[in-house]
Design a binder for this molecule. Structure first.
Ligand SMILES: Nc1ncnc2c1ncn2[C@@H]1O[C@H](COP(=O)(O)OP(=O)(O)O)[C@@H](O)[C@H]1O
Ligand SMILES: [Mg+2]
Length: 454
């Protein structure tokens, strides 16, 4: 490489004037020292930084190491000629954007056309007309500058679009989640209020009945003793009373009445129990975890769904098999966990009621529905498996079932929220996992795993 302007360059780089530091660089590739001298002088006087090379290969090397803003390229050179040099520069993506201006003889229009067709942006003719050379160079540098700016703006724009798109999809995700959470907490608090209200209203009259049953039972005992006393004192009360005693089957009444009372007591106690477990089931939780017996939640869920497990004209009753492990109290958000149990169990019942294709309706109708609930614990986690022998889920559906609003059920029946809410409760609230194991015709098992130290 011959650098004809070293001295001047040093002077310029030392300068504090910024515009001088940002000189545009022009590489001249020409084997003729005369041409080089003329062009060098002209360009440097016009304020450009000029580098020169005397053959194609060193020119290409120079471009790679020190890319100029523009290249002036002679056609006739020893070694690879200008056309080949141009072709190679154009073939390389990192050098292809640098504008190339050919240097040709004034008369040679074949060369001019060939140069342009190879990707050159322009040509200048020998002998050089200084003004014309400078005008063309200036124009192409300007064009290149504009192109670079355009490229940069395009990239910035693309980057911005990318960022905005990412932001928007992130926002959409968050919105969906927030919506789910809203629906979920709305549902829970509504259910909680409803149950508290109903339990309160039911508890009063039930308490009323329960207390009065106590007195009723005492009074009845007294009356029975009295009747027995009468019978003892007056063994022959006369035909009118004797007929009556026979007609009403007094012996049976005396025997049965205490049983009637005690079963009424049992009934009211059961109502009170149900009300209490409903209250526990749906009490509005605080933000803190509680230690609870999760079997209680499972039992209450089954109790609430009891009416759906019973036999229907279209199918026999659904069997529930419980394989409960010996679990200690588990720290969790009990109401939310109960919501998961309800979602999974009601999905299981839906799946059992769904007719299985390719099996005739008769065998579907007589197929015995089965739900198996299994709980186990190890050092790290509690596992709750809920299996049903219903319709099953195909592999392609399995990837979608946890998405919000995904449902295969008719409108009005399914909201498509049960599994996505359940998944959120298990994974995000409890740091656990909710897994689905299923295939069509073989039933479905959902496996909840909750870490103990979460
Ligand atoms: N136990 C199951 N057996 C078969 N399919 C199920 C089961 N549980 C869920 N699915 C499928 O997953 C879908 C989404 O369930 P879910 O989120 O609870 O919404 P929904 O019950 O309102 O449809 C259901 O529509 C159903 O196709
Ligand atoms: Mg559901």
């Amino acid at each position: 490489m011959i650098n004809l302007h070293n001295q001047k360059k040093d002077l310029l780089t030392d300068s504090t004037n910024n515009t001088l530091n940002n000189l545009e660089t022009i590489l001249v590739i020409d084997d003729s020292p005369t041409n080089l001298q003329v062009l060098h002088a002209t360009l440097e006087n016009a304020g450009y930084e000029v580098i020169v090379e005397m053959d194609g290969n060193s020119g290409i090397e120079q471009v790679k190491n020190n890319p100029p803003d523009l290249i002036l390229l002679d056609v006739m050179m020893p070694g690879i000629d200008g056309f080949e040099t141009c072709r190679r520069l154009q073939a390389n993506p990192s050098t292809q954007e640098i504008p190339i201006i050919f240097i040709t003889a004034l008369s040679d229009s074949v060369e001019k056309v060939k140069g342009l067709s190879l990707g050159a942006v322009d040509y200048i003719t020998k002998p050089f007309n200084q003004k014309e050379v400078l005008a063309r160079i200036k124009l192409h540098l300007k064009l290149r500058q504009l192109n670079l700016e355009l490229d940069e703006q395009k990239q910035q724009l693309e980057q911005r679009v990318k960022e905005r798109t990412a932001e928007l999809s992130q926002a959409l995700e968050e919105l969906k989640k927030a919506q789910l959470q809203l629906v979920q907490s709305e549902k829970i608090s509504f259910l909680g209020q409803l149950v508290t209200g109903v339990a309160h209203e039911v508890n009063n009259p039930v308490g009323f009945i329960y207390t009065n049953l106590y007195y009723a039972s005492n009074y009845i005992q007294d009356l029975i003793s009295l009747v027995k006393l009468y019978q003892k004192k007056f063994p022959t009360p006369g035909y009118e009373i004797e007929d009556n005693i026979k007609a009403m089957d007094l012996d049976h009444v005396l025997q049965d009445l205490p049983k009637v009372i005690s079963s009424m007591k049992l009934g009211t106690e059961r109502i009170q129990g149900i009300m209490q477990s409903l209250r526990n089931f749906s009490r509005v939780d605080g933000e803190q975890k509680k230690s609870v017996d999760i079997h209680e939640g499972l039992e209450t869920s089954l109790m609430i769904l009891q009416h759906r497990l019973k036999a229907l004209p279209k199918r026999p009753s659904i069997n529930v098999i419980k394989e409960y492990g010996n679990l200690p109290k588990i720290k969790c958000y009990p109401v939310q966990l109960n919501q998961v149990f309800m979602n999974l169990l009601s999905n299981a019942i839906d799946a059992i009621e769904e007719p299985i294709k390719d099996i005739d309706t008769f065998s579907t109708a007589s197929r015995i529905g089965l739900i198996r609930i299994c709980t186990t614990i190890d050092k790290q986690q509690v596992t709750i498996q809920i299996y049903d022998n219903g319709i099953g889920i195909s592999e392609s559906l399995q990837s979608q079932i946890f998405q919000p609003f995904f449902t295969t059920k008719p409108e009005g029946k399914g909201s498509g929220l049960g599994l996505s809410i359940s998944n959120q409760i298990i994974t995000e609230k409890h740091g656990g996992t909710l897994q689905c194991i299923s295939s069509v015709g073989n039933g479905t098992e959902f496996v909840i795993k909750i870490p103990l130290n979460s």
